[in-house]
Design a protein around this ligand. Structure first.
Ligand code: SF4
Length: 668
């Protein structure tokens, strides 16, 4: 019996925690955290600890499946048959409708190697339609911060050294647990040294329960709160005049613009008392250095980009940018795409470009584009490690759109609900079965590491990049897909980037950007954004004075509160993980529960403009009184996206409104 250990890093979520796998006879028996890993510090979350169970799960896909034309059932196929089938359909689609009719979608698990090969293949085929989770995960932040401070910079808060922390729409102990382990530890360290902690959230999270102040905000109204704070700071001369004069442009326009957004106005919209808004604004402005740490809670709303612009402005006018204990700006470590021939025809515009020209992708728009054939017909979809049926807003429309396509291919570990509707289902690898380059883009200092497979793939499973290479060769682009193994591809990507694979963390020196200048057109922090104005967006964060209430749907729905046991739509099929959350529950306040006569455990219907769903109620005091919160990622009738409108996105970056839909909650 052979016994061995192997170093790797977990890739279930983007925290990429260091891991040591214990192997017996070529099988992973257990895994444990790598104590040398500076961020995960020897710890793994419950998903990471269960990664061998995920890899060896009985329902893992082990060979390709093709849907039989006559019966509609899946039939086992060889990789050769599957690739032949896909390549034939791609050729036919290209011939009849043009290459842009083909869409690739990558879910959150795909990383550098898959991305590099996929981008090369899409470019050779000639489609601009490669969509990822950009608009959902980071889009509004990138557009907002990029248009304020310039790019490419990675903004992060130096929480350890700060004196005042606003944790806004963020739940670091649960979300991306190990990435945020550092964040949580830094917050606690600062707190112990006397820093004040303020939490803004509709839900009373564990951090909110510990905080010095907790602002229980009405969902989707974060922009009003930020504007109320800016108003109070400027009108009371609490801003940092020297910093503003030296490093920003547009302050006079901002000061004039902010006049009507009083804390009293913000109180009516946010449900937060005006004196609490004033107190937090004063604390934030006067306790320098101060930091505002925001996450997905503010990113999935109708005004996400402008909300994040207002937050960036709060940091800037209080002089908390590029200073120890404030917002740090780390230069981005660029990765270069694998080369393609110069003479390829120009790409047409992506299907989202006319709506969201600033967006790197806007996958929520895909079902609408398929159904309405705008800006042109789309006919094929290849999904890599993703689950659009579960994750895209408006499930009813996603179903109709998938049914309209001539080709749907899903490459995944399990038969997820999108795969069940596919023409071809291909078996993918877990992170333990494939190599990778980790750029640690979620870590503020992004060191680079590489990893090789720990074990051979199960059954006939292949990593995504290998599937894409097979497809590329079949389509006649063999010379661009010569990679025989993980190491060869890793070497090619590293060489292209000019990296060795062991790049140390990028150092961030406070004051560097203030000295050299910001990478905006003006070289300063742009409180007033002309680039946004030129594209028809508000150059200063703007909110309607009469905040629109949805009279027909007067309660607020938030979806996507995280639990540590599942990553988005994954892992409900793993019994040890499912045990902790056998069913999705709708959290609603005691106030609303009493109004509609619902007790804990009884069923409620939740209705929005696009759909209805039934959930068991969890009655709690720990949520904004008019709000109901349901988890995301569940399949079938409990899919939260039956309720989310796909067309009501953030107008700048295209992020869906996962966290501020109007709804009605009633007893079933
Ligand atoms: S937080 Fe958990 S799932 Fe994410 S990388 Fe770390 S161990 Fe893996």
């Amino acid at each position: 019996m052979s016994h061995d250990t192997a170093w790797t890093f977990c890739q279930i979520c983007r925290a990429e925690c260091g891991m040591i796998a214990d192997l017996k006879d070529g099988r992973v028996v257990t895994v444990e955290g790598d104590p040398e890993d500076q961020w995960s510090r020897g710890k793994l979350c419950v998903k990471g600890r269960n990664s061998p169970r995920i890899m060896y799960a009985k329902d893992r896909l082990r060979y390709p499946l093709l849907r039989k034309r006559r019966t509609g059932e899946f039939q086992r196929a060889s990789w050769e048959e599957a690739i032949d089938f896909i390549a034939t359909r791609i050729e036919a689609t290209k011939e009849r409708y043009g290459p842009q009719a083909l869409v690739f979608y990558e879910g959150t698990t795909a990383r550098v190697l898959d991305e590099m090969v996929l981008r090369r293949l899409a470019r050779l085929i000639g489609t601009p339609n490669v969509t990822r989770t950009w608009s959902v995960c980071v889009g509004p932040k990138i557009v907002a911060y990029g248009n304020t401070f310039g790019r490419p910079l990675m903004p992060w808060c130096d929480l350890k050294n700060t004196r005042y922390i606003i944790l806004w729409g963020a739940n670091p102990p649960v979300t991306h647990f190990h990435r945020h382990l550092g964040i949580t530890a830094d917050i606690m360290a600062a707190w112990k040294k006397g820093a004040k902690l303020v939490v803004v959230d509709p839900r009373l999270t564990p951090m909110a329960a510990k905080a010095n102040s907790y602002l229980q905000i009405r969902p989707g109204t974060d922009l009003a709160l930020a504007l109320g704070m800016i108003h109070h700071i400027i009108l009371n001369d609490l801003h940092d005049e020297d910093f503003v004069a030296a490093h920003t442009i547009g302050f006079d326009e901002l000061a004039e613009h902010i006049t009507p957004y009083t804390p009293q106005w913000a109180e009516r919209i946010t449900d937060i008392p005006a004196d609490s808004i004033e107190q937090v604004a004063e604390g934030f402005a006067l306790s320098r250095p101060a930091s505002l740490e925001r996450r997905q809670g503010v990113q999935h709303s109708a005004r996400a980009t402008q909300t994040l612009r207002a937050m960036a402005i709060l940091m800037a006018i209080t002089g908390n940018v590029d200073v120890k204990g404030g917002l740090m700006l780390t230069p981005y470590r660029p990765l270069r795409s694998l080369p393609v021939p110069d003479e390829l025809p120009r790409l047409s515009r992506s299907f989202w470009h006319d709506h969201f020209p600033l967006a790197k992708d806007a996958s929520a728009l895909l079902p609408e584009a398929i159904l309405n054939e705008t800006p042109y017909p789309l006919h094929g979809l290849i999904v890599i490690e993703g689950n659009p049926l579960s994750c895209f807003p408006n499930t009813r429309k996603v179903r109709r759109a998938l049914a309209k396509l001539d080709l749907v291919v899903v490459h995944d570990l399990f038969m997820n609900d999108t795969a069940q509707l596919a023409d071809v289902v291909l078996p993918a690898c877990t992170f333990l079965e494939k190599g990778e380059i980790s750029v640690q883009s979620l870590r503020q200092d992004h060191p680079v590491r590489t990893r090789l497979p720990v074990v051979e793939p199960l059954g006939e499973a292949l990593p995504e990049w290998k599937f894409l290479c097979l497809l590329g060769r079949k389509l006649g682009y063999g010379e661009y897909f010569p990679f025989a193994g993980d190491q060869e591809l890793i070497d090619a990507v590293l060489e292209r980037a000019g990296w060795t694979g062991h790049e140390a963390a990028v150092a961030t020196t406070p004051g560097r950007v203030l000295e050299t200048g910001f990478t905006t057109a003006s070289g300063k922090i742009e409180l007033y954004s002309r680039p946004l104005q030129e594209l028809g967006h508000d150059p200063l964060p703007t909110a309607p004075m009469d905040w629109p209430d949805d009279i027909a749907y007067p309660q607020y729905l938030i979806t996507g509160a995280r639990v540590p046991h599942f990553y988005h739509s994954q892992h409900r099929n793993i019994p040890t993980l499912r045990k902790a959350h056998p069913l999705p529950l709708a959290e609603l306040s005691q106030v609303r529960a009493s109004e509609i006569g619902v007790a804990d455990g009884e069923e409620v219907t939740i209705k929005t403009r696009v759909g209805t769903a039934v959930f068991k109620a969890k009655v709690t005091e720990a949520i904004h009184p008019g709000t109901v919160s349901i988890p995301h990622g569940w399949a079938g009738e409990h899919n939260a996206n039956w309720l989310i409108d796909d067309l009501c996105c953030d107008p700048v970056a295209g992020a869906p409104r996962y966290r501020d839909m109007g709804c009605v909650v009633e007893k079933l």
